[in-house]
Design a protein around this ligand. Structure first.
Ligand code: NDP
Length: 283
């Protein structure tokens, strides 16, 4: 029997996951179809129930359903519980298990493609939304020295920091208002600067913009933009111009997708094929 995996969220028009996941299934000779199920939050329970059918291997979950899906599932991984968001569902004989593979995607991309060594490094996050929670969790699992979060809404930044205070142990955590980017020594002293905001995202309200002007970009940091569409964002362009090392978000997207693929199929995701298809879909 042919099986299906679905993408749940809204809107899904611009998602590249269907392209690269389908390429992965096809290249492994698996009879699996990856379908888009455009689902607004109020229809989520109905969609989740359909995932229990024997023909469903599982799902990817995206905005705005990543948090709302949690009470509808039967079991969660520890990581999904700590982050408070699920991006992958696996159907095990009618029982739905929720996972979050963004953490693995972020760490793999940072180590393998960014060549980053965490020990004793100072990280700065721009943004405190859903993906920032996964990034914070990933960084606290490593031997990082400090994480400073700048967010437009300072309350949300503080909430992010306080909710990870227990995991932080000796790692210094600090939330600062966005306006302090202009004067902050934390930004200038950082070894890793991660854009976790949606600023610069194609089709978004801030398309073509960078979260920081060039003069504020620390030259010695690895500048990592999680925005992957376009592949070279205005932020990355500016960072390159001032001589900083850079990393774009596309490889994280593919690594999180490969981790989801492995959860559904038990096989390693073919990362090279997935990356090539993701690039083609973006073009
Ligand atoms: P959320 O909506 O949860 O968070 C958005 C964040 O961006 C908030 O911190 C928000 O600040 C901030 N923000 C938005 N607009 C502005 C602005 N004009 N000025 C300052 N801050 C702003 O989104 P996610 O965390 O889910 O996603 C963020 C980005 O990360 C998206 O572009 C997404 O595509 C990308 N992403 C990439 C992944 C990858 O694999 N590469 C995986 C997941 C996400 P405030 O709290 O003040 O509103």
């Amino acid at each position: 029997m042919s099986k299906s995996v679905v993408l749940i969220g809204y809107p899904l028009k611009h998602s590249v996951s269907p392209a690269f996941q389908q390429a992965a299934f096809d290249s492994c000779g698996l009879e699996v179809r990856y379908e888009k199920w455009e689902t607004e939050a109020e229809r989520l329970a109905e969609a989740v129930n359909k995932l229990r059918q024997p023909s469903m291997l599982g799902a990817n979950v995206t905005i705005p359903c990543k948090e709302g899906i949690i009470p509808l599932l039967d079991e969660l991984s520890d990581t999904a519980v700590r982050i408070g968001a699920v991006n992958t569902v696996v159907n095990r004989d009618g029982r739905l298990m929720g996972f979050n593979t963004d953490v693995e995607g972020f760490t793999t991309a940072l180590c393998e493609d960014g060549g980053f060594a965490f020990r004793n490094k100072r990280a700065v996050l721009l943004g405190a939304g859903g993906v920032a929670r996964a990034v914070m969790f990933a960084l606290l699992n490593e031997e990082i020295r400090s994480v400073t979060v700048f967010n437009r809404s300072i309350e949300r930044g503080r909430r992010l920091v306080s909710s990870f205070a227990r995991e932080a142990g000796r790692i210094e955590l600090l939330a600062l208002p966005w306006t302090e980017l202009e004067t902050s020594s934390a930004l200038q002293d950082s070894d890793l600067l991660v854009n976790c905001t949606s600023i610069g995202m194609r089709y978004g309200a801030t398309e073509g913009e960078s979260p920081l002007r060039a003069e504020l970009i620390p030259h010695g940091a690895l500048v990592y933009d999680l925005v992957y569409n376009p592949e070279e964002t205005p932020f990355l362009r500016e960072a390159k111009r001032v001589g900083a090392k850079t990393l774009g978000g596309l490889s994280m997207l593919v690594y999180q997708g490969a981790a989801s693929f492995e959860l559904w199929t038990g096989k390693k995701g073919p990362v090279d094929i997935m990356l090539k298809s993701a690039r083609e879909a973006l073009e």
